[in-house]
Ligand binder design. Structure first.
Ligand SMILES: Cc1ncc(C[n+]2csc(CCOP(=O)(O)OP(=O)(O)O)c2C)c(N)n1
Ligand SMILES: [Mg+2]
Length: 354
């Protein structure tokens, strides 16, 4: 019998609708966790808006905005335990901060500083720009973790566009065959620069791609932080037992692809309006206010606190001495080739021969 794509139904998990009303049964999340999830999202939004302004002022380099994707990133990262690892792409600032990656270093990254990838002990791999390449690094990490009998899960963060790359499929295949403690976390933000998701894949969902690799997949409302948090907890439980899984978080990139992009050239204002109504912060705020555990005064205070924190992180980055040419050569290569030594010498370093 033929297996038909239309035979397959994939249900999207959602707990909070766009007005912040509970749909279905409320997951077991304490008030403290609810507040914490919301605060992380506020911090991510404030950081993102500041980074965009700083780039426009010429004070940092190219930046890939994350506004709209806070619930997907915060919900997934908050579910992790300390020993788990994340393998981020360039848009995952919020997930990195939840893991403990210093904001100062994130700013340094945007300034081209070598310490920009220093996670200060947090389990965060360096940002990957090559689309989906981090999936291979992540399965390597998961394989090592299984081999060493560590109780840690590797999470590869990628986008809808990334699912068209060979690296993604090779990594999925490897994880499926070797039953690795691995979660593929796809943020389907509807766009891969100017390519809409309908031109990215012939499958109805990205979640169903898991099946071909002998894995389970799930689609969640990626703008509902409770849905993402709950799905990620389930995913981690499965992954720890040697069942790799894929999560598709359906969300939206509210801003440009990067600061070098102008999205008005390829998408309609009505598309943006449609998704702004589904904003992840707006719905979570409505929910916790309605629940009586949050109010306008606390909200204002939280935005001010986040603003101050971002200012301090940026100032610390500004006050960090610039990377030297010597570091570029010494820290990147264990052993320098004669050409590299020649290049370093031509730039005036005296310590090249050590
Ligand atoms: C292998 C590779 N091909 C092309 C690019 C150029 N590129 C950078 S971002 C991007 C789109 C990625 O879209 P998606 O995976 O949906 O992630 P998003 O940017 O939406 O977060 C492309 C094609 C790249 N960085 N690496
Ligand atoms: Mg995308």
């Amino acid at each position: 019998m033929w297996v038909e794509p239309n035979d397959l139904t994939v249900e999207r998990i959602q707990f909070l609708d766009e007005h912040g009303k509970i749909t279905g049964t409320m997951p077991e999340v304490s008030d403290e966790e609810l507040i914490s999830l919301y605060k992380w999202m506020v911090q991510a939004r404030v950081f993102d808006q500041r980074a965009l302004k700083l780039q426009r002022q010429g004070r940092i380099g190219t930046y890939a905005p994350l506004s709209g994707q806070e619930a997907a990133q915060v919900g997934s990262a908050c579910a992790l335990t300390e020993q788990d690892w994340i393998y981020p792409s360039y848009r995952e600032g919020a997930a990195c901060f939840v893991r403990g990656f210093p904001m100062k270093n994130f700013f340094l990254y945007t300034m081209g500083h070598l310490n920009g990838t220093d996670a200060a002990g947090a389990h965060v791999f360096p940002v990957q720009i090559i689309i989906a390449a981090q999936c291979l690094h992540a399965v390597g990490g998961a394989w090592a973790s299984k081999y060493k009998k560590e109780d840690s899960v590797s999470v590869a963060y990628l986008g809808d566009g990334g699912t068209s790359e060979g690296d993604f499929h090779e990594a999925m295949n490897f994880a499926g065959v070797y039953k690795l403690p691995m979660v593929f976390f796809v943020q389907n933000n509807q766009w891969a620069i100017s390519v809409p998701v309908r031109k990215q894949t012939g499958s109805k969902t990205i979640a169903q791609k898991a099946l071909a690799y002998g894995m389970a997949g799930v689609q969640v409302d990626g703008n509902d932080v409770l849905a993402v948090y709950t799905a990620m907890k389930q995913a981690l439980n499965r992954a720890r037992k040697g069942e790799p899984v894929l999560i598709e978080a359906v969300t939206y990139r509210q801003g440009p692809h990067t600061t070098a992009d102008d999205p008005t050239k390829y998408r309609e204002g009505s598309d943006v309006e449609h998704w702004l109504a589904k904003d992840p912060l707006k719905r979570m705020k409505a929910f916790i206010v309605e629940k009586g555990i949050w109010n306008e005064a606390l909200d204002k205070e939280e935005y001010e606190r986040a603003d101050q924190m971002v200012t301090e992180a940026f100032e610390q980055a500004l006050n960090t001495p610039k990377s030297s040419t010597k570091e570029v050569f010494d820290l990147v290569y264990e052993q320098k080739t004669s050409q590299l030594k020649e290049q370093q010498l031509s730039l005036g370093s005296e310590e090249v021969w050590k």
